[in-house]
Design a binder for this molecule. Structure first.
Ligand code: ATP
Length: 213
């Protein structure tokens, strides 16, 4: 079996170090072949993005240009249907039948999982890798917690096995904790501040231009 492929979806409005550093650390710790960064066109679980789609894509392409492990994947923006992750994973499984798939989520996104379209079917196509994020703790009670207990593993090697129907595992991983959010960056800019040191220099000026106008 080939090395797993990581899948990292988001609005990236804008992309920042809180996305990039954890994704890189997951790639290294899990020995992934690559991480596919997938911008959503019409996010289905949250408010609509502020920056235009073309701009969010351009920023992603600029910041990943020098990182060969990162691939910007435009399948959700080129699709007519909403950006349902379960559909995205099904298409990736068809395209990469010989690679295990690992869906990377921050803890905040994981806590919302039950509201996702056909969320339980995510584990028909991929394992879940959940990174800790400042301010969010794992669920300890309730049906979701029971569901989690049946699927959780601490063994990275299990994520190197291709996912059979309903057999995906869930693994929590500690990464460098960066208390950065896209919404925080947008608010700072609107208030006249700068996102310097929160995101790559190469997009800094363009990000300020986009959100301050
Ligand atoms: P917003 O503040 O607008 O809600 P965001 O910064 O959370 O945006 P998204 O594009 O919504 O960014 O997030 C995409 C993915 O990145 C999600 O899985 C989210 O959990 C993860 N993520 C975002 N910021 C961080 C961070 N600072 N640390 C760890 N994971 C993060």
């Amino acid at each position: 079996m080939n090395r797993p492929i990581g899948i990292f979806g988001g609005t990236f409005d804008p992309v920042h170090f809180g996305h990039l550093r954890p994704a890189l650390e997951v790639c290294k710790q899990l020995n992934l072949e690559q991480v596919r960064l997938i911008p959503s066109k019409v996010p289905v679980h949250r408010a609509q993005p502020v920056a235009p789609l073309e701009q969010r894509i351009l920023w992603l392409q600029q910041v990943t240009e020098a990182v060969p492990q990162f691939v910007v994947d435009l399948r959700e923006v080129e699709r007519e249907t909403p950006s349902w992750m379960v559909v995205t994973l099904e298409s990736l499984k068809k395209e990469f039948p010989d690679h295990p798939l690992v869906l990377i989520l921050g803890m905040d996104a994981f806590l919302q999982l039950e509201s996702w379209h056909r969320w339980q079917a995510l584990l028909d196509s991929a394992h879940l890798l959940v990174t800790h994020r400042p301010g969010f703790v794992r669920p300890e009670r309730g049906i979701f917690s029971d569901w989690l207990l049946q699927r959780e593993t601490e063994q990275i090697t299990l994520l190197h096995q291709r996912v059979e129907k309903g057999e995906g595992k869930v693994l929590f991983l500690s990464v460098t904790q960066l208390e950065i959010s896209a919404s925080g960056i947008r608010s700072q800019i609107v208030a006249g501040g700068t996102p310097l040191f929160l995101l790559p220099d190469i997009i800094h000026n363009s990000v300020i231009d986009c959100y301050s106008t």
